[in-house]
Design a protein around this ligand. Sequence first.
Ligand code: KG4
Ligand code: ZN
Length: 346
Amino acid sequence: MKNLILGIDTSCDDTSFAILDKNSKKVLENVVSSQNNIHSQFGGIMPEMASRSHLENLTLVFSQVLSQAQISPEKIAAVAVTQTPGLIGCLLVGTSFAQGLALQLQIPLFAVNHLEAHLFSPFMGTEPMFPCLGLVVSGGHTAFYKMNSCNDIEVLGQTVDDAAGEAFDKCAKMMGLGYPGGAVVDKLAQTGDDKAFEFCVAKVKMGKQYLSFSGLKTALRDHVTKGGELDEKTKRNLCASLQKAIVDALCEKLEYFLSQQKFLVFALSGGVAMNSLLRRRLQEVCEKNHVKCFIAKPEFCTDNGAMVAHAALVKKPEDSLFSLSVQASRKIQARKLHETIRSQKT
Ligand code: KG4
Ligand code: ZN
């Protein structure tokens, strides 16, 4: 009996393939080929270059994951691939490859929503628990979700402009810290004074469930341009103050949602969930509110194929597909995720 699921993610700038054992639910191998060296020259992701790079890397990363797991393709029981949301060309590369492979091997193909893959990633190696308050905080998304079950997920609130990761990246770029800058800000912040600068995240008139991070880059720009070249100490202080503002805003929002309705657990995921201060502070908020806190392991925070295979396993999709179309749009956030997925399958 074949029991291995291949997970593929090419939604943005990482080409990732992973092998997950269906029975033990263990990730056997997770290979991520990052394109940071390409996009860092431009200070942001170049979509066309990203899809071309996926095309070049795809077969290499596939071979690598098979050889690391010491298996042949015939051992794969099913393929799970990110279908939406993401950069359209990048999604097309991954889904085309997945369809070809599923056809050739005559195995099921599962279309996975990238946001759901992040949402379930804190539960890898265990079972999801409900009702769950999920937070995906990444370079492209910052949103809170109510997860009633694996197939009943709705958006509670989100950023109205920049995602938290985008705020980290844009501010890091202004300070000359390269791209993507979240991890560098995290590191420099550890030796900076978080009270040196007063940054705050603006309140959104539309309602308490919303967040806005776009004002942070404007606030930071004033300090960067005022003083000309930044010295090391100022950079560290700016990083610490910026990080504190983002973390404070997310903690405040978590408190707000926990005060609104009863949740058994909280689940934190996405690239920004790598941030050391954010992990610690959100955990503290959960402890204070007697809610169990699950945080994705660092290796499964940024985009990866393992979370895609895991999402397919957790959701136990009834219908497997041999062909699928992709969708770049983020408007998925305005509707129930499962409804959108269902409508895409028809
Ligand atoms: O989930 P992800 O790989 O991509 C999207 O789906 O968007 O997240 C990438 C984001 C980038 O914005 C990056 O700067 C941020 O995660 N990031 C961090 C840290 N590590 C990665 N942000 C803050 N602190 C970190 N340690
Ligand atoms: Zn992602």
